[in-house]
Design a protein around this ligand. Sequence first.
Ligand SMILES: *Cc1c(COP(=O)(O)O)cnc(C)c1O
Length: 417
Amino acid sequence: MGGTDRIPFNRPHVVGEEFAYIQEAISQGKLSGNGVFADRCARWLERRTGASRAFMTPSCTAALEMSATLAGIEPGDEVIMPSFTFVSTANAFVGRGGVPVFVDVRPDTLSVSAAAVEAAVTPRTKAVVVVHYAGVGCEMDEIMAVARTHGLLVIEDAAHALLARYRGRELGGIAQLGTLSFHETKNIHCGEGGALLVNDPALVQRAEIVQEKGTNRARFFRGEVDKYTWVDTGSSHLTSEVATAFLWAQLERAEELTSGRLAIWEAYHEAFEPLEAEGLARRPVIPDEADHNGHMYHLLLPEAELQMPVIEALKRDGVHAVFHYVPLHSSPAGRRYGRANGELTVTDDVSARIVRLPLWYGLTDDEVERVIRGVVNAVTTVSPAARRPRAESPRPEAPHPGESGRAPLLDTTRTAR
Ligand SMILES: *Cc1c(COP(=O)(O)O)cnc(C)c1O
């Protein structure tokens, strides 16, 4: 069917050297954690981000769990974070009895503000987790200042943000701790993978122990202690050389992979300018302080009622677009384990209006054109229909963003095409 093949939301890119490096790892005869390839990846991350030490982990989730341990989270300790994020941001802290305190995000960047963080501080607050949504940096100077005033540890969930900068500084390398994801949906990947960036030198030694199942194995191998034993809590937060060998191939091409994504991002951004001018969609907002990494492209539709019809219309055109996140403060586990600090109006509103478009390295010019045409078509045909004045009888209930079931499409959307 050639040109009408479906365009997936994500397709994990393979640069080509992965297999050779995996073979090299195998021939070295050591495949467990912190081997030659993990070392190469970690030193690369340290050079790039300025971290005191980088630890290669099985996932960003695992790096967040290490962070919760290093932050000394105890039952009842509050951790301020956005509700508009992936579940792992919260789950890692809940696992140690921490209480997520969800705050709202800025309407422009969709990331937390220093003011929202400060308003949520209580005597029980222990830490703050910020998420650099879409690789666009949070207002880190202001957030770090609030944290210093209240004696809080800050963790950057930089899962989206590898090679993105805020005021010239690499994201993930600014707060005491930063976490990265190498999941296949992220800019640089190894299927499943992650890293913990320890930027505060005082936390490095304990991080080594936490990563190595609570043992001082790392010190033993450096000859600093004469036996290797259980000294603290920890887990197996190590990753196999098979994964880091794969990852090394991608890190070597990190610049190229990032600029490839940025080019697609720019093409979308330019093409949707007229939609924004007509009030049919709002494009991402990038503050002057932020150099982003083209991690994702989203549009905000003018009304929540349009979200599912637009996604459905794109699907009929063979374009797989998605919405996210289901806000954590309204999720079953978020309600059980955390609490919202006040009304999270931006979070609720944005999650009901957002549409994320396919964006991956290797998307061809032709495919980018098809996505653009599909979006323009969907937005311009669905919008007027869904905006018609309501009839006497109440409309069927608007689809909840958390339900992937079919939206109640209005008949007119089809005839309008
Ligand atoms: C992807 C993601 C994670 C989880 O990453 P894994 O490597 O899959 O554990 C955490 N936080 C955010 C914001 C993410 O987007």
